[in-house]
Write a protein that binds this ligand. Sequence first.
Ligand code: CDP
Ligand code: CDP
Length: 213
Amino acid sequence: MSAEPSVITIDGPAASGKSSIARLVAERLGRIYVNTGNMYRAMTWAVLEAGVDPKDTDAVRAAAAGIVIESSVVDGKTKVAISGRTPTDAELNSDPVNRAVSLIARVDEVRDRLVADQRALASIGPLVMEGRDIGSVVFPDSPHKIYVDASEEVRASRRGAQGLSDQIAERDRIDKQRKNSPLVIPAGAIVIDNSHITLDQAVDQVIAGLQLS
Ligand code: CDP
Ligand code: CDP
């Protein structure tokens, strides 16, 4: 019998609190936190650096095929190296990347590569992995699935408070409507709306809901 990877999956829309909640859940449970959004952001950064129009799917596909991308976890942070260079947090969260990332993330070849890398990370230890399709596509057999939500107003204001300009409604629209691995509430997921609760309360709800033995 093959050992099942142990992954707590956390999905949800933009700025819903996924990263903060996933990081704290991982800390409390002694697990490794993985941020898959950083992988799509790094690929997007590299495609933009190559001067490619993110709307031109054929050009994105061709550029992506030539990009060497390696994901690892270093000191609790998901590190993504592009041909040996690691884009900074400011580069990964820049306006151009925010505007383009959902266009890059809907391309099949990009998703196939990153999903394979995400599954491979399960070999490094028990994970808390967050993104858009982790419970639905990357680890659909996980018994521990969470979907984090918050109202659009709350999400926009939290992102604004971080000093970042981000068209979250437009990203959500593309992420929910794409054909390949759209953002959905995965079957069997516990839904936590954290519009009006603190991060600590959200983490308590996640841990209580998971009923880990
Ligand atoms: O942190 P935030 O919610 O703003 O976004 P993110 O998690 O960094 O993800 C950025 C973008 O990457 C999303 O809007 C999706 O287009 C894409 N993404 C995805 O398609 N699948 C994932 N598992 C993670 C991110
Ligand atoms: O990863 P995602 O884009 O879903 O969200 P995040 O970056 O974890 O959260 C966006 C911002 O909302 C951060 O500054 C969090 O500290 C804040 N937040 C909050 O104040 N209260 C919550 N219950 C959840 C998130």
